[in-house]
Write a protein that binds this ligand. Structure first.
Ligand code: SF4
Length: 341
């Protein structure tokens, strides 16, 4: 390829969203017990999920436990191989489908996509010093000399509000909030474009949560990061995210800019989720809270999976599965209340 066409291609890639997820599915087979193991069903953990993620955006993914949030982000980052669909990553110079590339092609891209884990207590190896934990991605990707790695570790520790001398200590010497800062330093060490934070502040006290969220926002500006923020706590999402994707039983049921979603939720499930947030204002009228259990992705109800719990359920809901439609500019919902003729 000539230099001019390479330049044209990388310019075209830079104009696209960082991520384009199309019809992503992750199904897990269920096998019967007994002498002859036969497939007896499928857990549809992520089912037909599509969205774009703009560069520099923070997208929140919310839903109850078992809604498929974590499986979705693990499929997007190719920590697990999706069953079908496309995850088009428009990286630094080319577009590539993460869902189908080989492990060998994926390895160099791992530097550009990092994850901050849920539990700061179990995600750091207690036998390694903090310096070795943070430097590990550089060692894996064979980047820099020993001195260069040490210098980078000190720099990252200071960026996340810790001290360079902390590199010689072990994780047990730190509080939960400090451990999460160490996890963030490790995730940002290789200057990634995309960072996925999976419930990364939910194990922390509220005051420490606020500090870590502020740190993530400061680092986003400094390093021009794009975030996917997985959370079950909607008040956290409200504070940090530009847009919110709501999942129920493996499906994306609503996608909207954060302010609009909180001011005027379209999907009955989103309304019910918001009603569960404590509100001190007596004038605020909330939707009725949900009853019943979250749908089992191995045995979903027919039609709309939410219909057994939905107070708006009507004739087509237990027969036809609704599709995700644009119900207002930039707002998407999958619900028969917004069915287009
Ligand atoms: Fe409720 Fe029907 Fe909409 Fe499902 S499709 S959320 S059951 S109104």
């Amino acid at each position: 390829m000539s230099v001019v066409s390479e330049y044209e291609e990388s310019k075209a890639v830079a104009e696209k969203p960082l991520l384009q997820v199309r019809n992503l599915c992750k199904y897990f087979p269920i096998f019967s017990s007994g002498l002859v193991r036969r497939q007896s069903g499928l857990v549809k953990a992520v089912d037909d999920m599509s969205f774009d993620l703009a560069r520099g955006e923070t997208l929140g993914i919310v839903g109850e436990s078992g809604s498929g949030k974590t499986t979705a982000v693990r499929s997007i980052l190719r920590a697990i191989r999706p069953t079908s669909g496309e995850v088009l990553y428009n990286g630094r110079d080319r577009s590539i489908d993460l869902a189908t590339i080989s492990d060998k092609e994926l390895k160099p891209l791992r530097q550009q996509m990092q994850m901050i884990f849920q539990d700061p207590f179990s995600s750091l190896n207690p036998r390694m010093t903090v310096g070795d934990i943070i430097a590990e991605p550089m060692v894996i990707h064979r980047i820099g000399s020993k001195n260069e790695r040490e210098e980078k570790v000190i720099q990252m520790l200071e960026k996340v509000g810790l001290k360079g001398e902390h590199r010689q200590r072990y994780p047990h010497a730190f509080s939960g909030g400090q451990r999460q800062r160490i996890g963030i330093a490790r995730a940002l060490l290789l200057n990634p474009d995309l960072v996925v934070a999976d419930e990364s502040v939910s194990a922390l006290d509220v005051s420490v949560q606020a500090q870590v969220i502020n740190l993530l926002q400061d680092l986003q500006d400094e390093f021009q990061l794009t975030y996917i923020f997985v959370a079950h706590d909607l008040s956290v999402v409200k504070h940090i995210c530009d847009r919110v994707a709501v999942m129920y039983a493996g499906r994306l049921v609503e996608l909207a800019p954060t302010e609009e979603l909180f001011a005027d939720p379209k999907h009955p499930y989103t309304r019910a989720l918001l009603s569960a947030i404590p509100n001190v204002d007596p004038d605020v009228r909330l939707a009725p809270k949900m009853s019943g259990e979250v749908a089992d992705p191995a045995n979903k109800p027919p039609g709309c999976s939410f219909h057994p719990r939905c107070s708006d359920c009507f004739a087509p809901c237990d027969k036809e599965e609704p599709q995700l439609l644009e119900v207002a500019p930039g707002r998407f919902a999958s619900c028969h209340l917004y069915k287009k003729d």
